[in-house]
Design a protein around this ligand. Structure first.
Ligand SMILES: Cc1ncc(COP(=O)(O)O)c(C=O)c1O
Length: 334
């Protein structure tokens, strides 16, 4: 039963993503039960968290009669790749704005976007505010030509995908021999994790939610979550969750030198999962989150025997632009 019923939604997921028990890893580490929610395992565009958000972004775009979607991000952005893929399915044109200068390396990284039929515009090295202003200008220019653009990225609309995901995971959890108690997610810009926290509150808090920060300090991350949850409360009419109540945990120990900067713990976690379960992570989001997950499972933050799960939010495509971030393979020329 969907939690959010009134918002327009363009279906992109074939059904619930798998909830996979990591039993080989449990045996190797002597812990468990631990699970991965495989949101990297979807049919379209190599999958990932943004596909859940795109169900609502494209739903909104189609509801307002848009004929072209605009989206901005770096050349390896998962949001851009999945928007390009999903827009094609929805019959919408897609224009992608990369805030880098054109060049062979960025062309290679952004290549899947061309395959999906998107138009690429390279803005040069501009910050996020300038990039947003340039996208607004481009939308105005398209409107002047008689087009109907929709800019992808509204945080509340995107968060609805993870309000729903909380319900999906709850249903899967209730079918387990022992239901999940702890859920780990990357802490980043906010829509994914705020949506999940909001959905969890709507369900009556079945999960303790653990955010492993991969981008911001705790105050900034918490402020983002609070802002989006507040806007979700207005949007849905459900009460604002108490974000200071026990049951929401911030883990700040995996950020290392900063966003998209690798850490030895994340690399070790990535190799551990790949070599025990055959599942790939990548350096920016999921390897650090998995490192935080394993650390908590190992060090008793998660009491022994309490079922715990990490949401694998995808991003695996960007692994192939991350060779230079690895320390384990000095023999490989990058
Ligand atoms: C693979 C992956 N995981 C997690 C995130 C973080 O999601 P959010 O921006 O909603 O915090 C992103 C964002 O781009 C992502 O691409």
């Amino acid at each position: 039963m969907p939690l959010v019923t009134t918002d327009p939604r363009f279906p992109l997921l074939a059904g619930p993503t798998p909830l996979r028990r990591l039993d080989r890893l449990e045996a190797r580490l002597g812990c468990g039960p631990i699970y991965l929610k495989r949101d990297d395992f979807m049919e379209i565009g190599l999958g990932g968290n943004k596909l859940r958000s795109l169900e609502f972004w494209l739903g909104a775009a189609l509801a307002e009669g848009a004929d072209v979607v605009l989206v901005a991000g770096g050349p390896m952005s998962n949001l851009c790749r999945l928007t390009a893929a999903a827009a094609g399915i929805a019959g919408l044109d897609c224009v992608i704005f990369h805030n880098v200068a054109p060049g062979p390396e960025h062309n290679r990284t952004s290549f899947p976007n061309r395959i999906f039929g998107a138009e690429l515009r390279f803005l040069g090295d501009v910050d996020e505010d300038r990039r947003a202003a340039l996208v607004e200008e481009a939308a105005a220019a398209l409107r002047a030509q008689g087009r109907r653009p929709y800019i992808v990225g509204d945080a509340v609309t995107g968060a609805l995908g993870y309000v729903e995901a909380a319900g999906e995971l709850h249903a899967q959890s209730r079918a387990l021999p022992a239901p999940l108690r702890h859920v780990f997610l990357a802490g980043s810009m906010g829509p994914t994790e705020a949506g999940f926290i909001f959905g969890n509150a709507m369900l009556g808090h079945p999960f303790e939610v653990h955010l492993v920060s991969v981008e911001y300090g705790q105050a900034e991350l918490a402020a983002r979550i609070a802002r989006i949850c507040g806007d979700l409360a207005v949007h849905t009419g459900f009460a604002m969750p108490d974000l200071d109540a026990p049951g929401l945990h911030y883990h700040m120990g995996q950020l290392g030198p900063g966003y998209a900067r690798p850490t030895p713990a994340a690399e070790a976690a990535l190799l551990t999962l790949a070599r025990s379960e055959g599942i790939l992570l990548e350096h920016v989001y999921t390897a650090k989150t998995f490192a935080g997950f394993l650390d908590c499972v190992h060090n008793g933050v998660i009491p022994a025997g309490e079922p715990a799960c990490m949401v694998h939010t995808g991003g695996t495509a960007s692994l192939f632009a991350q060779f230079h971030l690895f320390r384990s393979f000095p023999e490989v020329e990058m």
